[in-house]
Design a protein around this ligand. Structure first.
Ligand code: RIB
Length: 308
């Protein structure tokens, strides 16, 4: 495999509304869509749409959402040897509200994803060790994510860890066992306790994360681009993002991560900064269309310079 994702899949229940409701308020929406989401699966689908050979290690419920999701993986040629089905929980769902400015708010009910056990991940050891890159997030149990990163480290497989949704008190190995630790501004705030509302804040927070033992840190800032630091390059580098008018930002971070995994796997000589620049371009394309995976561009729709 080029890219294996050990992570979540969710059915996105997306309401479009003029603005986000205030606490206790009911507002009229304008449109509703059901789609395929979940940070893990989104990242995997992005890598697959770019042409990577991909596999998913995940768990769905024994229900129609789960059946449809497995078909979605097949439709994208994603290997499903380690996609489990459980009768003990429903397939994960994510009610999402997207406002007219393209911003979203999301509640996840992770369901079957939380039953992806350390044993399930250990059973995928051969798949993980024969992959070029693995990607993990936090929509499955923390210990299962840790098991995947431990295997990757032990077997010399490149890994990207996206601590999303962020939670305080993560085991220190989650910082040290991945090659790239990639968080957005709100996740970085939770993990560092520092406010992140500018590029300068992001540089400081990225260094705080680096000091927690990360090998390298990418901190994404939406339209402001991203900041990169590593143990060998401790001066933070800023990677700008193309300016676009967002329609729906849901999954933009996942498009970025799936693209980054694709470039690391298939362009091993490319610098990380170049891979980040190209991944930002791809994420900025995804925010210009509605939906999560449906907004991710596929290789044939993209300019050839992204693949040179
Ligand atoms: O990152 C976006 C994703 O977060 C959505 O697809 C939703 O399912 C949640 O997992």
């Amino acid at each position: 495999m080029d890219v294996t994702v050990v992570g979540s899949c969710m059915t996105d229940l997306v309401s479009y509304a003029p603005r986000q409701p205030k606490p206790g308020e009911t507002i009229h929406g304008t449109n509703f869509q059901i789609g395929f989401g979940g940070k893990g699966a989104n990242q995997c689908v992005m890598a697959a749409k770019l042409g990577a050979k991909t596999a998913m290690v995940t768990k769905v419920g024994d229900d129609s959402f789960g059946k449809n999701y497995i078909q979605n993986f097949k439709d994208h040629n994603i290997n499903i040897d380690h996609v489990g089905v459980t009768a003990d929980a429903s397939t994960g769902v994510a009610p999402i509200t997207v406002s007219d400015d393209g911003q979203n708010s999301i509640v996840i009910v992770a369901g079957a994803n939380m039953l992806l056990s350390e044993q399930d991940v250990a059973a995928a050891e051969h798949l993980i060790m024969t992959s070029k890159v693995i990607l993990c997030q936090l929509e499955i149990p923390v210990q299962s994510t840790l098991t995947a990163l431990n295997i990757a480290k032990k077997r010399g497989v490149k890994s990207i860890f996206n601590p999303a949704p962020a939670q305080e008190g993560l085991p220190s190995e989650l910082y040290s066992d991945c090659d790239i630790f990639c968080a957005n501004e709100s996740e970085a705030e939770i993990l560092t306790g520092e406010k992140v509302s500018s590029i300068e804040d992001a540089k400081a927070a990225a260094l705080t994360l680096l000091n927690k033992g990360c090998n390298s840190v990418v901190l994404t800032l939406g339209e402001l681009g991203s900041v990169y630091v590593s143990q060998t390059e401790q001066e933070p580098q800023v990677v700008p993002c193309p300016k676009v008018i967002p329609v729906d930002t849901t999954g933009a971070g996942d498009a970025f991560l799936g693209a980054l995994a694709y470039y690391l796997a298939l362009y091993p000589k490319m610098t990380v900064l170049e891979a980040l620049t190209r991944s930002s371009r791809l994420a900025s394309i995804s925010v210009q269309a509605k939906g999560t995976q449906t907004s991710f561009p596929s290789r044939k729709q993209l300019p050839s310079d992204l693949f040179q």
